[in-house]
Design a protein around this ligand. Sequence first.
Ligand SMILES: Cc1cc2nc3c(=O)[nH]c(=O)nc-3n(C[C@H](O)[C@H](O)[C@H](O)COP(=O)(O)OP(=O)(O)OC[C@H]3O[C@@H](n4cnc5c(N)ncnc54)[C@H](O)[C@@H]3O)c2cc1C
Length: 519
Amino acid sequence: MDRYITNFDTKKLPEEKVEVVVIGAGIAGLSTALQLIKLGIKPLIISETKIGNSNSFLAQGGIAAAISKDDDPEYHYLDTIKAGKGLCIDRNVRVLVEEGVERVIDLIKYGVPFDIENGKIKLTREGAHSKRRVLHVKDKTGSAIGKTLWEILSAENVHIGVEYKLEEIITVNNKVAGIIVSKRNSKYFIRAKSVVLATGGYSSIFLRNTSQYYISGNTLSIAYRSGATLMDLEFVQFHPTALDLEGFPAYLISEAVRGEGAILIDDNGERFIDELKPRDEVARAIFLKNLEGKKVYLDITPLKEKGINFEERFPNIASMLKYVGLAGKTKIPVSPAAHYTIGGIKAQADGKTKIEGLFSVGEVSCTGVHGANRLASNSLLECVVFGFKTAYSVFVHNMNNDFVKIPDIKNQGSESENKSHLNNEIILNLKKLMWEKVGLIRNKESLEEAFKTLEQLEENANNNYLKDIINLAKAITVSALNREESRGVHFRKDFPYEREEFKKHSILNKNLKINLEVS
Ligand SMILES: Cc1cc2nc3c(=O)[nH]c(=O)nc-3n(C[C@H](O)[C@H](O)[C@H](O)COP(=O)(O)OP(=O)(O)OC[C@H]3O[C@@H](n4cnc5c(N)ncnc54)[C@H](O)[C@@H]3O)c2cc1C
């Protein structure tokens, strides 16, 4: 995978020197940046997209924390561990649920306008949570949190460079020296003591996905090339209920709709699954109906019967339904779509990775906190809790380290143009392949076929971006092939059961070799 590393001659590029650069302006990046400010370090934030155009700002359902009087972090811990099917890293789950309460209180104090009922924060129950513990701002929770964080950062004059893309992480002897970014066709070198990757997940590598389509996870390949370890890439969460209407993207219909009472029915109007079971089970049940040629609908009649005003409780979803011509309809056609990626850059709860000075936080990271299956609304929590902690480990790193000197390197002249990746035919074929062969239900044959095709696609890849995406796809496929069992969101038709010998994490070493390791 490292054979196409570009040796940029950093001396030839315009340079900026900063203490910390945070890459990504979703809730993970913004949370880290805000805490850095509180610690007296002003970070530079760069983002491929404008503020507001990240998956964080799409988050509908909410953020989980044990704040009700009949709840306790211990119950939240037990629910998270149960959903994770033996693969959660225990100490990180403890941090998530315990410090989660504190970080959510911070959000309340910052002014996030969480929904209130009778003077108290209103809490929803979502799938596999044993208590009502999901705070929400109607169905716009992510954007409400993101806007609040951004307002505070703007007031502190924090600078954000938008439309800058990460191209390369420069390391010297396993220490971060800085990054190369590009804007349009110009490249820049940002020298930094610490680099925080908060670049989101890779679900958009699958054809049907609920993600912002340009967030592609290529930064995982960049980090891998620079020496970081990737972990548990085969664990991709497919959301059961994304819109399934020809000509429209797979818009998410939040689990909270089922939490409030909506049911799933097939063409015959029959229920076929407990709607609040873990997502992977619900998603597979729908997918199997689809494979039988049946449509599945989310029936929202029970909400009306309970007196819930759908348009008021879910204004975003209601306006999307209006946009696609389903306003006022009670049966919404749905099917699964890739939604959240559990795997990522192996990191500790405080963001540390294998590379000194490189931190990874939010969906791009893998801290083992979700195990083999993420509990709904735990990912926004992960962004705020681990973002907060990452700021402290950046502080300590910067206190103890100088800027890294870069030895003269020969420019090999192999810098390729950063070609636009949108509407690229190869990418489209790759996404179809990943959906069909590496999607919800996998087996040895489909995975081997996918890997072979990816190798063929690689032969025509003419720029780093494409190579990074193909390599990420290969890494996911190899990880899924290696895991000869079914666990959590990873389902193998040829091994439809858990196997004790696989109760381990998939660690991706050099040349796509996998080691299974106990956490
Ligand atoms: C539709 C939808 C609804 C969801 N609902 C919920 C929910 O209710 N509750 C919950 O807990 N979770 C939810 N999730 C999951 C949750 O939103 C994400 O896991 C979380 O927001 C990820 O945040 P992040 O900051 O890690 O990444 P993101 O919010 O994805 O932000 C990534 C940032 O990195 C930047 N970036 C990416 N690549 C590059 C690059 N090469 N160079 C420079 N910048 C780059 C992007 O431009 C962006 O600014 C939902 C996800 C989706 C898609």
